[in-house]
Design a protein around this ligand. Structure first.
Ligand SMILES: *Cc1c(COP(=O)(O)O)cnc(C)c1O
Length: 397
């Protein structure tokens, strides 16, 4: 039989997370690869889900999401960002942020349209751009004074007559950059000049550190009308297995996205939607605690990685620390990631897999710190010997 997979998807094998998590399980390694928390979300939220199941809320919820959740999202947008969205028509509940991203790109980008992605990027973007028949135009984020950012000229040069959308992800996975108002203004100016849509992945909107403020691009002048703003309860409330997300956008965009979404999943997660509606109203204090706890975990992991000899970038948000492996004498993150279980009993993700041009990220390795302190400490202890001369390999630069 011929290759069964459609041509547009052939460059996408198994996701790196599946590969690295399987490697961690097989070798008994500590998994700092995939970014999922190893502690639960707020108790009362979990109880609301249980109660909703017991109360018989187990049939199809409405296509756009249950009204209580859409109402809670609208209130939350207003309180936090001063953004007004109509719960009836401007808010769509999705199967995680992943479906919100997929349905948005599929609905809004036609064959041959171009989509700008900042690389390294979350891996689903490139696959969905390919599914939609659109073409990706990568713009690199590079470290400048210890923080990953883009070159405004490179961004401008990537926009052409076929450009349809820019995918903006802030706080950014995997670099930990939180775009400043100035950076977002440069993106916004291009969107307005060239009539582009901003697809804004803000799943880490509450997880910023050191007082760094998350600015939604929709709050910039002229941007609400051309932005699809995407959130994830999985990230905000530490329930990544629930896959409840939502998007907020002007009605004409939501209608377009919902047209696609209804045939992907129609709807999902009724009892979890009830619980997330509760959490958005009652558990933001819990989220503040999560943010503080993550900031401390970031410091714990950074200190350990730096002591082990990695070059370490300080993330202003997210679950992840980006490291440079060259000070340890390694050159290729892909090779090191596959050997790290044997060398140290730890799994991390090679950042190069998040690039169109892997050579730009060849020497980076991403570690997740959304783990219990004792797990981070054990990982750091195991990595402490990595740089010792006896452990060096033919990979030495
Ligand atoms: C985790 C993550 C997602 C996916 O969110 P889900 O709600 O789990 O689908 C999307 N974008 C980024 C940047 C992420 O880190």
């Amino acid at each position: 039989m011929n290759e069964p997979l459609v041509a547009s998807m052939r460059e996408f094998g198994t996701t790196i997370f599946a590969e690295m998590t399987a490697l961690a399980v097989r070798t008994g390694s500590i998994n700092l690869g995939q970014g999922f928390p190893d502690t639960d979300g707020p108790d009362a939220m979990l109880e609301h889900a249980v109660a909703a199941i017991r109360a018989g809320g187990n049939q199809y919820p409405p296509g756009p999401g249950i009204p209580e959740l859409r109402q809670a999202v609208a209130e939350h947008r207003k309180q936090h960002y001063g953004l007004l969205y109509d719960p009836d028509g401007e808010i769509l509940v999705t199967v995680g942020a992943t479906e919100a991203i997929a349905a948005s790109l599929l609905a809004l980008c036609d064959t041959g349209d171009e989509v700008i992605l900042f690389e390294p990027y979350y891996d689903s973007y490139s696959a969905v751009v390919a599914l939609s028949g659109a073409v990706r135009r990568p713009v690199p984020l590079r470290p400048v004074a210890g923080r990953f950012t883009f070159d405004p000229d490179e961004l401008r040069a990537a926009v052409g007559p076929r450009t349809r959308a820019i995918v903006v992800n802030t706080p950014h996975n995997p670099t930990g950059t939180v775009f400043t108002r100035d950076e977002l203004s440069q993106i916004a100016a291009l969107c307005q000049e060239h009539d582009l849509i901003a697809i804004s992945d803000e799943v880490y909107e509450h997880l910023t550190f050191d007082g760094v403020e998350h600015v939604p691009i929709a709050t910039l002048p002229g941007m609400r009308e051309r932005t699809v703003m995407i959130s994830s309860a999985g990230k905000t409330f530490s329930v990544t297995g629930w896959k409840i997300g939502w998007l907020c956008a002007p009605a004409r965009l939501v209608t377009a996205v919902q047209t696609v979404k209804q045939f992907l999943t129609y709807t999902a997660g009724g009892p979890w939607q009830v619980a997330v509606a509760h959490a958005l109203r009652e558990e933001l204090g819990w989220v503040a605690g999560l943010r503080d706890s993550l900031a401390a975990k970031r410091d714990r992991l950074m200190t350990g990685l730096s002591a082990a000899g990695f070059g370490v970038y300080r993330p202003a948000g997210t679950y992840f620390v980006q490291t440079d492996i060259r000070p340890l004498g390694f050159a290729d993150g892909g090779e090191l990631a596959r050997r790290l279980p044997e060398l140290a009993g730890v799994v991390a993700v090679p950042t190069q897999v998040f690039y169109d041009r892997p050579e730009l990220g060849r020497h980076f390795l991403r570690f997740a710190f959304c783990k219990r302190d004792e797990i981070i400490d054990e990982a750091v202890a195991r990595l402490a010997h990595l740089g010792r001369p006896g452990k060096r390999t033919d990979n030495v630069v």
